[in-house]
Design a protein around this ligand. Structure first.
Ligand code: IMP
Length: 202
């Protein structure tokens, strides 16, 4: 079976992607190939970060690999937090010592959204693949809106305040199995999977 490195330390993500790719490729994350360092991601776009991570690992290990980057884009905030979603509260020193990053990010987001009637937002995931010396990108988007209060306990990050269009449950209220079929990441991964299936046969 062909192997593909996923430039992440997040085991959960690599298991999720392995499930979608089934047995066409064996996915190995960075810890499984003994690369323990943090991979640089200091670009100002999702595409830039995903490509930076994939190229870094490809150059370091000399193997085909892919990387992802995700952001929450809120229309009323001019697309923020976007590429800075993970560090949204930290960037403005609004994360108190010891406070969970997601909790601080949500508090900041809800404060920024106070009084705003346009609640439209989307999660966007970009996956960059470097294979056979060439690079490709894939994108997955899920449209939705930002609630005024958190709802639900499942998921992570901004899930409790994100209501996907066409559903009455936030990402944190719905079963993970449903989130994983409609999410930004699932959509991007499915595109990667379609590409790899074709790539294998050409
Ligand atoms: P990453 O690129 O997957 O690490 O995502 C960057 C940040 O976006 C995370 O730290 C979360 O704050 C947010 N994020 C990414 N995916 C999700 C999701 O599925 N639900 C909620 N928040 C997410």
């Amino acid at each position: 079976m062909r192997e593909l490195i996923f430039a992440t330390h997040n085991e959960h993500k690599s298991i999720e992607i392995q499930a979608i790719l089934e047995d066409s490729y064996r996915i190995l994350n960075l810890d499984q190939v003994g690369l323990s360092e943090d991979i640089p991601e200091d670009q100002d776009t999702l595409d830039g970060n995903a490509l930076q991570k994939a190229r870094y690992v490809e150059e370091k290990l000399g193997v085909d690999c892919f990387a992802d980057d995700t952001g929450l884009e809120v229309d009323a905030l001019g697309g923020e937090p976007g590429v800075y979603s993970a560090r949204y509260a930290e960037l403005s020193n609004e994360r108190n010592n010891g406070q969970d990053a997601s909790e601080a990010n949500i508090i900041k987001l809800l404060r920024q959204m106070e009084g705003k009637s346009d609640r439209k937002a989307r999660f966007r995931t970009v996956i960059a693949l470097v294979i056979g010396g060439k690079q490709f990108t894939f994108e997955g988007v899920v449209e939705g809106s930002i609630l005024e209060k958190k709802r639900g306990e499942e998921g992570f990050g901004y899930d409790p305040v994100f209501l996907p269009d066409g559903y009455n449950e936030t990402f944190a209220e719905m079963p993970l199995s449903l989130k994983n079929t409609i999410s930004h990441r699932a959509r991007a991964v499915n595109q990667l999977a379609d590409f790899l299936r074709t790539y294998l046969t050409t």
